[in-house]
Design a protein around this ligand. Sequence first.
Ligand code: APR
Ligand code: PHB
Length: 413
Amino acid sequence: MALAFKLPRCNDRAGTKVIQRKMRTQIGIVGAGPAGLFLSLLLQRVGIESVVLEMHTRKYVEERIRAGVLEQGTVDLMHELGVSERLKRQGLQHGGIELRFGGRGHRIDFRELTGGKCVTIYAQHEVIKDLIAARLAANRPIIFEAEDVSVHDLESTVPVIHFGANGVVEQLQCDFIAGCDGFHGICRTSIPSGALQIYDRDYPFGWLGILAQAPPSSHELTYAHHDRGFALLSMRSPEISRLYLQCDPDEEIANWSDQRIWQELRQRLATMDGWKLTEGPIIQKGVTGMRSFVTEPMQFGKMFLAGDAAHIVPPTGAKGLNLAVADVRVLARALAEFYANGKTELLDRYSEVCLRRVWKVQRFSWWMTSMLHRFANDNPFDGRRQIAELDYVTSSRAASQTLAENYVGLPMD
Ligand code: APR
Ligand code: PHB
């Protein structure tokens, strides 16, 4: 448990906030998303103390709609950490996906192509609920509604996190800080810009996503290439469908009536064999932009970046959550080694080890996005080339195996 001691409340003459309470822990974790929470449980399992700081309320992070495809490795880790009871009951195991183009569907059989591996459909916010419940059940700290979180002295022996909680300005002294605060967080931007190399690409389109009270029209995910743009049929449960369609990056959701959304999905998902899209009341809709983003290195001094704080992938490969989990597995192993034997070799190689996987996953996500979306400046040649690529991927064992092994999750190093 983090040690705490209270100090008198005041602001200094300059009016800047004065620390009123100091706490001490081994690992200060900023952000209660998948990266921060999985890390906290991985550390807890080997007896390493940590404090998780989250700017939002518990309710907000547990209800935030995000994606929902778990690689085999992420599912295995949830079993290992003992947080998979609901996943076992509610998760939908999928042994393949369908690629649909030219009005025809083509199945990629993961189990056959990867020696039995599959993916599990289980919403990210349900994963968050399971992780928070386990963390709090073990009476380990998650400070929700942490205000004005900032990180300091990153190159010193005692990096610190300042934050406000219930009107008290607190200082959390740490051995190390884990920056798990997502793309828009403060950790990455607290690193002197000269110390980081940024690689990025914005895509000239976005995704309009809906949740619908409609039984899924297919029993596996369907990725559709169409002249009118990409479409994806996914699901959350036997009653709830999750669907996406390619739109302009700054698309106004107000311009999309439910009727127009269903009509566009019908057109883009249509097949020649009379397959029918099951429609229903739309219970949530929104537009998200698409980018690829990588920060190198993923460490500065005693702070380690993990998940979206260090890298973003377009959602077409369903990799965001799984890549965050892969990062913190590497970080937890390195911290365990440090606290067990004082060795820093794995910590020193954290960035290098993670970035090898990050770039492979970036490549796969960019490839899926490029193969399945229409680019405004494409000419008819590009349209034909995309169809040829889809035809190759769905007719060549070698090519479909490449897709399958990336989709179910590359082996952890
Ligand atoms: N102080 C405290 N918490 C913060 C701050 C801050 N200044 N800024 C952001 N956070 C919190 C956010 O509220 C969020 O709960 O950090 C958390 C970051 O979580 P995610 O954005 O989910 O990032 P990550 O844990 O890396 O998981 C990546 O999440 O966004 C999806 O598609 C993404 O699937 C990927 C996964
Ligand atoms: C989702 O179910 O939200 C989902 C599925 C597959 C993707 C992206 C999102 O590639």
